[in-house]
Design a protein around this ligand. Structure first.
Ligand code: DLL
Length: 432
């Protein structure tokens, strides 16, 4: 079913024209309502009327996660707080979270985008969708939830964790779709297979995203369950899930260009690269009211194609992501920057400035271990003292990252010193 053919199948000239009008309005709005953007534009000598269409986008400055941190929590909001009806947040590069606000219209547009994604995956009113993304400040749970309700499907709001209960609900309620990270779905599949209960699962589709995954992981999911697994992309800074998603043909993710203007730029020169070439995805939010972003550097690496898809949709498609241009890790759907670990350790004290993060994937679940060097005296003290310190650090890291962390305390000079850039992370997950 194509839910919104008129919007998703416009011809390219129409799309460009509409984006131009929306971009002009956006620039005017942020110039007048967000002092930070106004100053940035004035510094570059740009006035709102210099932006007449999408071809002028490169005149505008980029926005980065650091800009969001510098304006924490609300200084980039473009409407009064009385008009903001929801806040979400995700990890910042250090202690401070990235905060996002939504007006009522922003929430409606978000709902519509997710509804399109689900409709594109063939989900309708007769389906029951189990939402196993986290509910709360993370955008996954509520994003999928409202989109599915808007479509008229029956939502089972499971959120994360409690695998046994997840499986019971999936089987007893005869859910026909599930929305969760691909690695968690693989974990669920292993558990269900282990019980010999695969025939009790009535799924027809899965909506997977929130973390990088490979074509092999998708094949594994599709073949194990005999379903279609769709890729959904998004980031909280821009909106949440539903910025882009793939269709039945799995030939790239359609980006909702009526709301998001994509560019692919070279990570060194920051100039746009030609269609089909790899670079960093940069997004301008064309319609957002509360928290508009111009040229936001997502750090996600991909390429773009403007050809009409086999499904008939004309919105540009971005290819499966090949990685990130920064050091952000996605652990069980949670974003973690090594710098967050560093600042949490610094705050706790009692450790040396040497740590090593070891990431692995065991039984399709990500594991996150941190080795921390501590003073020799802890090793000569009673073992109880060492264990107390280990627990304190594990607790502190859990608070800071929102993630269970296995901590190993090691003696000074255990962690390899290098003359160049030190290796803070060993990621053993081979995404195959
Ligand atoms: O992960 C929003 C989301 C929730 C998307 C549920 C899809 C499903 P953040 O926590 O801000 O938001 O993390 C965003 O996760 O910049 C990518 O690096 C990564 N990511 C998200 N979806 C995909 C995907 C949500 N389909 C960051 N493929 C992004 C690869 C993805 N990476």
């Amino acid at each position: 079913m194509i839910w919104n053919e008129t919007k998703e199948c416009m011809d390219r000239d129409q799309i460009k024209h509409m984006q131009g009008i929306r971009l002009r309005k956006l620039v005017e709005r942020i110039y007048h309502n967000v002092p930070y953007y106004r100053k940035k534009m004035q510094k570059l000598g740009i006035e709102p009327w210099d932006i007449n269409g999408v071809e002028d986008i490169e005149k505008l400055p980029f926005t980065t996660k650091e800009d969001l941190r510098d304006n924490y929590p609300f200084d980039l909001f473009a409407i009064p707080m009385s008009e903001v009806i929801r806040l979400h947040a995700s990890s910042g590069t250090t202690g401070k979270a990235t905060v996002v606000g939504y007006s009522r219209r922003d929430i409606d547009i978000w709902k519509e985008c997710v509804t399109r994604v689900l409709a594109m995956a063939g989900i309708g009113k007769d389906d029951k969708i189990q939402v196993s993304y986290g509910y709360g400040l993370f955008t996954g749970g509520l994003g999928l939830h409202y989109g599915a309700e808007n479509l008229g499907a029956t939502v089972v709001p499971m959120s994360t964790s409690n695998t046994k209960k997840q499986i019971t609900m999936m089987e007893d309620f005869e859910c026909t779709s599930v929305a969760c990270t691909p690695s968690y779905l693989l974990h669920l599949i292993e558990e269900i297979k282990g019980k010999g209960d695969l025939d009790k699962v009535k799924l027809k589709s899965a909506i997977c995203g929130g973390e990088p995954w490979t074509a092999n992981m998708r094949d594994n999911i599709e073949e194990s369950l005999g379903i279609k697994a769709y890729d959904i992309y998004g980031l909280s800074e821009i909106m949440g899930p539903g910025v882009a998603a793939d269709c039945y043909y799995h030939k790239g993710l359609h980006i909702y260009e009526d709301h998001f203007l994509p560019e692919i730029v070279d990570t060194e020169t920051l100039k746009q690269v030609p269609e089909g070439e790899q670079g960093e995805l940069v997004i301008t939010t064309l319609t957002k009211e509360a928290f508009p972003l111009i040229r936001y550097r997502t750090k996600d690496l991909t390429s773009i194609s403007y050809d009409r898809c086999d499904c008939g949709r004309t919105f540009a498609r971005i290819s499966r992501f090949t990685g990130r241009s920064d050091d952000m890790l996605v652990i069980r759907g949670v974003n973690v920057f090594p710098s967050q670990v560093e600042s949490a350790l610094l705050e706790l004290g009692e450790t040396k400035p040497y740590y090593l993060i070891i990431v692995d994937r065991i039984d399709n679940m990500d594991t996150f271990e941190v080795w921390v060097e501590v003073d020799e005296k802890f090793f000569s003290d009673e073992i109880r003292e060492l264990e107390k310190l280990r627990q304190k650090i594990a607790h502190g890291l859990k608070q800071a990252l929102g993630l269970t962390v296995k901590v190993k305390l090691v003696e000074p000079k255990t962690i390899e010193r290098t003359s160049g850039k030190s290796t803070r992370v060993i990621d053993k997950r081979v995404l195959v």
